[in-house]
Design a protein around this ligand. Sequence first.
Ligand SMILES: C[S@@+](CC[C@H](N)C(=O)[O-])C[C@H]1O[C@@H](n2cnc3c(N)ncnc32)[C@H](O)[C@@H]1O
Length: 222
Amino acid sequence: MLTVSDQVLQSWQHNANLWIDAVRNGAIESRRQVTDQAILLALLARQPERVLDLGCGEGWLLRALADRGIDAVGVDGDATLVEAAHTAGSPAVHLASYQQLADDAVDIGCGYDLVCANFALLQQDIIPLLSAMNRRLQPGGTLVIQTLHPWAVAAGDYQDGWREESFSGFGGNWQPMPWYFRTLSSWLNALQIAGFSLLELHEPQHPQNPAPQSLLLIAQRT
Ligand SMILES: C[S@@+](CC[C@H](N)C(=O)[O-])C[C@H]1O[C@@H](n2cnc3c(N)ncnc32)[C@H](O)[C@@H]1O
């Protein structure tokens, strides 16, 4: 029987081609206007030499990093997205589910000085995965997470739990995706339990929009 976390990945398998088009056509306004640049600047500010992009999707961030001379390795659980990243020019992209990564069942290399996850932590139990990423980092290495801002998407229900993204604004035959909402304190607790200490917290905003467009957490392997 499929767990809800399995259903998350299954929805990406269904939605992969629509997602590739959406990202590459700039269909997601908040990404175009704010969040793509926010994570890229957060990564560049750390001056990393070797980055692992967890849940890299079709690979836009890998390409942005490679363009700036940074050795960028990706990993994602969907074969269509991994293939799209390869075809677009990123040679080092691994196919692995988060469960396989948490179990250290796939060799994705180690000694990274930075691991990032851009809107890619969608399941409930992220601590085993973050602990596995901790083991892939050099001592003192950095973890950068960009995610939906809990306050901006809570819609009056500010407690951890499963929600559903319908992709209704996107157009096309999208399969709804379950995703796990967590409060700010749940994010911070997860980081701590997985062996990270918070260095910085950012709330990227668009000048014409009063709501934060994302939450950016920058943490260090302790
Ligand atoms: C919203 S997309 C973000 C992709 C990319 N980081 C970006 O910024 O465009 C979420 C990504 O997480 C991956 N993902 C979700 N659950 C996963 C799982 N259990 N194992 C591996 N990958 C997973 C999906 O395949 C998808 O590429």
